[in-house]
Design a protein around this ligand. Structure first.
Ligand code: CDP
Ligand code: CDP
Length: 196
């Protein structure tokens, strides 16, 4: 069975939480596409060469989750040649036998516009900054400033800007628990699988 779930949205909206739960529930493969850009940013040097030569080992580095890695990712992610180098891998993953969930910024708009389910997960910047701060600690005001900066860069870039795909279901998780958000996403996927 070929079946793609595309999950896009800004930082700490809950994309990863929903993606992992949906993948586990339906037995789909899962790709966190942010990891590709985080790895390219963390490698340093020429980002285009890094994107073209990306290996599984690059994705397994344990320093990719930091705020700094997120910022570096969003800088290299604005470079069209970097994005182009990563397209084929993501498209092949999306059409893997057995179903796939991909989460990122441009899955429903660019990577897989034909996805069977498109979800745009969002929440207020304050709520998202609080969530990220609970994970990484430090100064909460600075986490909020970085969230806003990354939102602006991701939404404002010329190439594959962050925005909901035309037919995406928008899920605002500001006042939802993670369990409620997962339940809503699961319901949408189950309905589509049943032919809805
Ligand atoms: O992948 P993304 O950056 O969009 O977010 P995440 O890493 O899945 O979620 C960020 C944090 O928010 C996690 O600690 C979740 O438990 C929490 N959370 C959530 O994902 N959804 C809610 N509705 C409430 C909290
Ligand atoms: O988990 P969080 O939402 O904080 O970030 P991420 O999904 O790991 O993405 C890090 C950065 O990579 C984003 O801020 C985007 O600039 C970039 N990215 C992208 O441009 N396109 C994607 N499909 C995924 C991530």
């Amino acid at each position: 069975m070929i079946f793609t779930v595309a999950i896009d949205g800004p930082a700490a909206a809950g994309k990863g939480t929903i993606s992992r739960a949906v993948a586990a529930r339906f037995g789909f493969h899962h790709l966190d596409t942010g990891l590709l850009y985080r790895a390219v940013g963390a490698l340093g040097g020429d980002p285009v060469a890094a994107a073209r030569g990306l290996t599984a080992a690059d994705l397994a580095r344990d320093d990719l989750r930091s705020l700094a890695a997120g910022q570096a990712a969003s800088r290299v992610a604005a470079i069209p040649e970097v994005r182009a180098a990563l397209v084929e891998f993501q498209r092949r993953f999306a059409r893997r036998e057995g179903g796939a969930v991909l989460d990122g910024r441009d899955i429903g708009t660019v990577i897989c516009p034909e996805a069977e389910v498109k979800l745009y997960v969002t929440a207020s910047p304050e709520v998202r900054a609080r969530r990220r701060w609970l994970e990484v600690g430090g100064d909460e005001a600075r986490v909020l400033a970085e969230v806003r900066e990354r939102d602006a860069r991701d939404m404002g870039r010329a190439e594959a800007p962050l925005r909901p795909a035309a037919e995406a279901v928008v899920l605002d998780t500001s006042v939802l628990t993670a369990e409620e958000a997962v339940a809503e996403a699961t319901r949408l996927v189950a309905a589509r699988l049943a032919g809805g």
